[in-house]
Design a protein around this ligand. Structure first.
Ligand SMILES: [Zn+2]
Length: 88
């Protein structure tokens, strides 16, 4: 997760700065996490592995961000409000 955060190697939520790693999650910025899980047969570890080892930092940051569980849930709600999720 470290490559998704700037500065001091501190991993934290990109919305609210919450930094307890137990509640941090990788968010798919474009809301396409369900597609990616499908491609990887539901294997999230594979997804995280490819972020950590196969992508360069700039590419990863375009597609993913670190959010805490609260902010991630709020974002899902907001995306639903806009009708963007599950459409693809
Ligand atoms: Zn947060």
């Amino acid at each position: 997760m470290g490559i998704l955060c700037d500065g001091e190697n501190k991993i934290k939520c990109q919305r609210c700065d919450f930094s307890d790693i137990r509640a941090l999650q990788i968010d798919h910025i474009n809301g396409d996490g369900h597609l990616e899980r499908k491609r990887n047969n539901g294997n999230n570890k594979k997804v995280y592995f490819s972020i950590a080892f196969r992508m360069n930092k700039e590419e990863a940051k375009k597609r993913y961000q670190v959010l805490c569980a609260n902010c991630n849930q709020i974002k899902v709600y907001e995306d639903n409000q806009r009708g963007q999720i599950w459409k693809k």
